[in-house]
Design a protein around this ligand. Structure first.
Ligand code: ARG
Length: 275
C-alpha cells in the first residue's frame, strides 16, 4: 500500500469514527419519554370530563366511562404506542400541575395553547379551533346584545380557563363567578342563578342541541385572542420524543379524515347519552 493511500484510509477512518460518535450523541440526546410509557404499558391522559363533546362521562353497563373527541384521539395515540389508555379525570385547574408532577403523561382537555401556558408546557399541533360566546337561558336570548346589557349581572366562567380571562376583560361591569367544574355553572345558569356563562362555540352548540328549550347564544360579541383559539395536547417540555409521536399521529388522523369523523361521532354519542 502506498503512503498516500494509507493516509487517505486513515483520514477516512477518522471521519467514520467521528460520524459514529456524533450518531451516538444524537441518540443519547433523545429522551426516554416514549420508552417509559411503553415500559409501563400504559399511557396516562389527564382530562376534565365536563366538556362535551371533547370529554364527558357516560354510563356503560352500570359503570361510568369517560368518552369524547379527546378520548378518541387519546385511544389512537395509545394504540400507536402499543399500550393501554388510562384516563385520569380531575378538575381543569389542576391539570398543568398534574402534568408537571408526572401524575399524567398528556393533557387532553380541549386546552388551548396560550402564550402563558407555553412558558410551562409544550403543545402539540392543533386539532381543533374555537371561538368564545355567551351562553344564556333561552328566554333571555334577545336580552344580552352588547356589553352594557350584562352590567351588574352574574356571569360564569370556568376557573383558570381562557373563558375566565375573556369574561373578566371583556364583560366589564358584570360579576364574574368562577368554579372548577363547568357543568356546575351551566346548571346554575339553567336555574337562573347566573345570567350567562362564557363558553366556546362547540360547547354552547352542544348544550343547545341537548336542551333546545333551555339555552341559547346571546348576541353580545366576544373576541377570542389569537393565542386562545387552537386546541392542542399538552406535553412536558422535556418529553420531546413523545411530542414527536403525538404530532405524527395528529397529522395522520387529519390527513385520513379521522379527526372530522371522530368529532361528529363524539357529538352523536353525547346526544344519544343524554348527558
Ligand atoms: N379551552 C379553554 C382553555 O383552554 C377551556 C378548556 C376547558 N376544558 C375542560 N375540559 N373543561 O382554557
Amino acid at each position: 500500500m502506498g503512503k498516500t493511500m494509507k493516509k487517505t484510509l486513515g483520514i477516512l477512518g477518522a471521519v467514520m469514527a467521528l460520524g459514529l460518535v456524533l450518531a451516538g450523541c444524537g441518540s443519547k440526546s433523545t429522551d426516554n419519554s416514549v420508552k417509559k410509557i411503553q415500559d409501563n404499558k400504559t399511557l396516562v391522559v389527564g382530562t376534565s370530563a365536563d366538556y362535551a363533546p371533547f370529554e364527558f362521562p357516560i354510563m356503560q353497563n352500570g359503570k361510568k366511562k369517560i368518552v369524547g373527541y379527546d378520548m378518541m384521539i387519546a385511544q389512537k395515540i395509545a394504540d400507536d404506542l402499543g399500550v393501554k389508555l388510562k384516563i385520569e379525570n380531575t378538575e381543569f385547574p389542576s391539570l398543568i400541575s398534574e402534568l408537571k408532577n408526572n401524575k399524567i403523561d398528556l393533557i387532553m382537555a380541549g386546552m388551548v395553547s396560550t402564550n402563558q401556558r407555553k412558558k410551562v408546557v409544550a403543545f402539540s399541533k392543533s386539532y381543533y379551533t374555537v371561538q368564545n360566546v355567551l351562553l344564556v337561558q333561552k328566554k333571555d336570548a334577545d336580552k344580552f346584545n352588547n356589553v352594557a346589557d350584562v352590567k351588574g349581572k352574574q356571569i360564569g366562567a370556568q376557573q383558570t380557563t381562557t373563558q375566565e380571562s375573556i369574561a373578566k376583560s371583556q364583560l366589564k361591569g358584570s360579576n364574574v363567578v368562577t368554579e372548577g367544574v363547568l357543568t356546575s355553572l351551566t346548571t346554575e345558569l339553567s336555574q337562573g342563578k347566573l345570567s350567562g356563562v362564557v363558553v366556546e362555540n362547540e360547547i354552547a352548540n352542544n348544550y343547545i342541541k341537548q336542551y333546545p328549550d333551555k339555552y341559547a347564544i346571546a348576541k353580545v360579541k366576544l373576541t377570542t385572542p389569537k393565542d386562545q383559539r387552537s386546541v392542542n395536547i399538552a406535553v412536558r417540555k422535556s418529553d420531546k420524543a413523545l411530542l414527536k409521536r403525538v404530532n405524527k399521529q395528529i397529522t395522520k388522523l387529519e390527513k385520513n379524515g379521522q379527526l372530522d369523523k371522530m368529532f361528529n361521532e363524539a357529538q352523536d354519542l353525547q346526544v344519544k347519552s343524554g348527558k
